[in-house]
Design a binder for this molecule. Sequence first.
Ligand SMILES: NC(=O)c1ccc[n+]([C@@H]2O[C@H](COP(=O)([O-])OP(=O)(O)OC[C@H]3O[C@@H](n4cnc5c(N)ncnc54)[C@H](OP(=O)(O)O)[C@@H]3O)[C@@H](O)[C@H]2O)c1
Length: 273
Amino acid sequence: MADNASPFDLAGKVAVVTGGYGVIGGMIATGLARARASVAVLGRHRDRADAKVAEIRRAGGDATPVVADVLEAAQLRNSAAEIRRQFGHVDILVNAAGGNVMRARNDDRSIFDVPLDAFDEVLQLNLHGTVIPSLAFGEIMARQGTGSIVNISSMAAIQALSGVLGYSVAKAGVDNFTRWFAVELARKHGDGIRVNAIAPGFFVSTQNRAVLVDENGRPTARSRRIVERTPMGRFGRPEELLGAVQWLCSDAASFVTGAVIPIDGGFSAFSGV
Ligand SMILES: NC(=O)c1ccc[n+]([C@@H]2O[C@H](COP(=O)([O-])OP(=O)(O)OC[C@H]3O[C@@H](n4cnc5c(N)ncnc54)[C@H](OP(=O)(O)O)[C@@H]3O)[C@@H](O)[C@H]2O)c1
């Protein structure tokens, strides 16, 4: 790095963002491109990936679409190999594919009525959907001796949030996996590879809108309780995740690994009293 370059700059780095056209992943893809990374926007739908790539390019950034399912190991390995062939290296992986699955929730019914396959679906999407891409892209990073992986945890990982058993178990697993993989990669592949997570508080997005906003656009009772328990008294804005993600992906965080950073307006710090 040149003496006058910012340690936060991502110029020359290649970043993969799974769920890269979702609300949070899409914002992160835009933010990494603004920080001058080349961004691979990964998701299951070509048209949506293309639209996000076009948006980033219109703003002057560099992006490329990648169609893959985060639960399909072979697809992920092929995508990782293809990106490496195209760019020569892979420096950043942000695992932003995930979210709640409505049929796994028990907001208005007994937990005993939630089908086990729904529990399994949300567990797979959020936990396996983080582990599988991390192994596919992490193997390339291990061979390079450099790389930064950022996972997306949740407030549900550390405190009981009603209605979302499977999601909570999965996100607690993401926290554990973040620490485990950070230790494994640093000990066996050197101090150039780091694994961290952000734990967003509450942000209105596609997958949770129905439980936070009613059909008239007003906050639901759950929404009001969340805001009451958030010392800053509001929901987060997706762009408020960008500073921490860019920092974790950059050389400015060169001695940070195995950390889970809350970005939550104080939600996780507050006892409620
Ligand atoms: N919103 C919040 O308040 C909040 C808070 C804490 C944590 N988070 C976490 O932040 C992450 C992003 O959530 P979001 O709110 O931005 O949700 P979102 O807008 O629904 O985006 C989720 C993205 O994941 C992709 N995806 C889903 N299944 C996939 C699969 N099997 N393979 C590849 N891509 C898949 C979706 O695209 P396709 O379906 O087209 O593939 C979509 O682009 C999730 O891990 C979520 O748990 C959100």
